[in-house]
Write a protein that binds this ligand. Structure first.
Ligand SMILES: Cc1ncc(COP(=O)(O)O)c(C=O)c1O
Length: 370
């Protein structure tokens, strides 16, 4: 059993993806080719934003958003400590200071109730992460940010395709940034990412920053990056976008089925396994189907022996990463994130997971719990 099965997906999209890649090879516009423009139009339509800017990775997307907002040394940007490293890495890369706000223990997303207390005169932006495929509470976060005159950037790297109160992830705040890393809900065959906004001026700036900060050929009013998505990856993403809604529906169905199977497996006694909680106003794309268990290491080893691949997202919260030691935020600063980092473990999840395999995984979970 695969943790994520991209081969079955390839068999399904082979005619389309092969033809689209062949077309790129024939026209030869490998960078900023017609596929890139077509993809940006399709992605903007999917999200319901007026602008989409495709970029080289999710990390570049976040970084370009911060650069477009002119965030740098002396500034603070608020994010969650329980996320993939890039969420805070980009803040430090532009020279600003990451300020962490602990997460809600049920959704693992930035807790709006703790946000306002962390805002200082140096705060320049709020960057909540929509972790594991479920959006953070953007109405609450946007309201607090707006009251304090702060822009909000959604780190939607894991939630592309999810909805929040009927609206699409990526379109929930001033800027949305996502990743097309191969294992993401919408993944390329290499690195990729995208930015979303309805703000015309910001869209123009982000396009320029993606291309070395140039506003016209060889004229650079600002610094930028080689942050473009290449035409090959755009071609792959266009083929995958054709079946994306169907895959999202499968993810929603499979996530719900896992939850049912786990409830049945531990019916009758307090469950030693905590499954994911999805807010009633959210749909999750289950970028990860993540549970919490006691004695995770023993559980992990037993699952491996039983032939079930698992992964830990993420074992060390960002305030405890060696590179952020200088921030002086040791153990105990963000207790919810620290507890989650000790207890979480993700089960195999992808749109082509068979019902029989889900049963096998849940039986293994029951056995591994002991
Ligand atoms: C929450 C989060 N933010 C940012 C990123 C960075 O995306 P990428 O790997 O495409 O640079 C990722 C993906 O790995 C992620 O999961």
């Amino acid at each position: 059993m695969d943790f994520i099965d991209l081969k079955t997906q390839y068999r399904r999209i082979k005619p389309s993806v092969d033809a689209r890649i062949a077309r790129v090879l024939e026209h030869g516009a490998y960078v900023m080719g017609p596929e890139v423009t077509e993809l940006e139009q399709e992605l903007a339509r999917h999200c319901g934003t007026t602008h989409c800017i495709s970029v080289a990775s999710g990390t570049d997307a976040l970084m370009i958003a911060l650069m477009a907002l002119d965030i740098g040394p002396g500034d603070e940007v608020i994010t969650a400590p329980f996320t993939f490293f890039a969420s805070a890495e980009v803040i430090a890369l532009v020279g600003a200071t990451p300020v962490f706000v602990d997460v809600d223990p049920r959704t693992y997303n930035l807790d709006p109730a703790q946000l306002e207390a962390s805002i200082t005169p140096r705060t320049r932006a709020v960057m909540p992460v929509s972790l594991y495929g479920q959006c953070a509470d953007f109405d609450a976060i946007n309201l607090i940010a707006c009251r304090n005159g702060l822009p909000v950037i959604e780190d939607a790297a894991q939630s592309f395709g999810a909805t929040y109160k009927g609206r699409k992830s990526g379109a929930l705040s001033l800027i949305g940034a996502t990743s097309f890393f191969p294992s993401k809900p919408l993944g390329a065959y290499g690195d990729g990412g995208a930015l979303f906004t309805n703000d015309e001026a910001l869209a123009k700036l982000m396009r320029e920053i993606r291309l070395h900060g140039q506003d016209r050929r060889y004229h650079h009013p600002r610094l930028g990056l080689t942050g473009r998505l290449d035409s090959m990856q755009a071609a792959v993403l266009l083929a995958k976008l054709e079946i994306f809604d169907d895959e999202v529906a499968a993810r929603v169905r499979l996530g719900a089925r896992y939850t049912e199977l786990l409830a049945e497996a531990f019916a009758g006694h307090p469950s030693p396994v905590r499954g994911p909680y999805v807010e009633p106003f959210n749909t999750s794309v289950y970028a990860q189907y993540t549970i919490e268990v006691d004695h995770r290491e023993i559980f992990e080893t037993r699952m491996k022996v039983l032939g079930i691949p698992t992964a830990v997202h993420y074992p060390l919260p960002l305030h405890l990463q060696p590179v952020f030691e200088h921030l002086g935020q040791g153990e105990g600063c963000y207790p919810v994130s620290e507890a989650a980092a000790r207890r979480v473990i993700s089960l195999p999840m992808h749109p082509y997971l068979a019902e029989a395999d889900q049963v096998k995984v849940v039986n293994a979970v029951r056995e591994a719990i002991g």
